[in-house]
Design a protein around this ligand. Structure first.
Ligand code: SAH
Length: 216
């Protein structure tokens, strides 16, 4: 299913909603979400609803995040074009494509093979390829490519993954939903020095859990 004028029109309405109802003001975020065809990242039976603020099931029991969540997380990253961003939880690849459209150099990790395969193919198809895509455990980050300017976690972590904090440059930011399975708080950690972090919270969300090597 290609992109069409109908999809473009629906995307414009979504951007209008994100800007005027939710107060998203970062023009890079708005422009990226107005350009990435979200309907291509979900099953075709849901395609008509792709530009509503809804999450949908994707492979391996995971979900593509709400557009509002993608917009909020992307804005919290305060992306500057050319920055190196590590994303944990590629999932469908939609958030990855949004960061690529924001002109970030994206490194992304996914632990489900089916989603790693799906997102790799999709991002190639729509010509929004990240710098590097990895099949593995996001708790470990990608030490070979560190330090990163920003790190985004798109699954809910029970505990703060300290390895990720190590892989941030001084001045860099980690955006991560933190908390128990039922509900997490969206947090932003800014690295002030090797051992000091400024901590901010941005309200309650419900993400799929960040899973370790051993649990399914
Ligand atoms: N941004 C994605 C969100 C997908 S849901 C989208 O909009 O489609 C979160 C993803 O995190 C799932 O695909 C899940 O498999 C993945 N995930 C969970 N634990 C992980 C881990 N330890 N390492 C890497 N990815 C993980």
């Amino acid at each position: 299913m290609p992109d069409s004028f109908v999809h473009k029109g629906k995307r414009r309405k979504l951007v209008d909603y994100l800007q005027h109802q939710l107060g998203i003001s970062d023009s890079l975020v708005l422009q990226a979400m107005g350009s990435v065809p979200r309907h291509l990242f979900i099953e075709s039976i849901f395609a008509d609803y792709a530009y509503q603020d809804r999450a949908f099931p994707i492979a391996s029991g995971q979900t593509i995040s709400h557009p509002s969540t993608v917009a909020e997380q992307s804005q919290l990253l305060e992306v500057v074009p050319g920055e190196k961003i590590l994303e944990i939880g590629t999932g469908s690849g939609y958030q990855t494509a949004v960061l690529v459209a924001m002109q970030a150099l994206v490194y992304t990790v996914e632990r489900q093979k089916s989603l790693f395969d799906f997102s790799s193919q999709k991002l190639r198809e729509i010509a929004h390829r990240p710098k590097f895509q990895s099949f593995g455990d996001g708790f470990k980050g990608l030490p070979t490519f560190a330090p990163f300017d920003k790190i985004l976690v798109t699954c809910g972590a029970q505990d703060l993954p300290t390895e990720l904090l190590k892989q941030l440059r001084i001045g860099g930011m980690l955006v991560i939903p933190l908390g128990p399975f039922e509900e997490q708080v969206l947090m932003r950690f800014t690295k002030i020095s090797e051992t000091q972090f400024e901590k901010e919270d941005f309200g309650a969300y419900k993400f799929v859990p960040m899973l370790g090597q051993t649990n399914k």
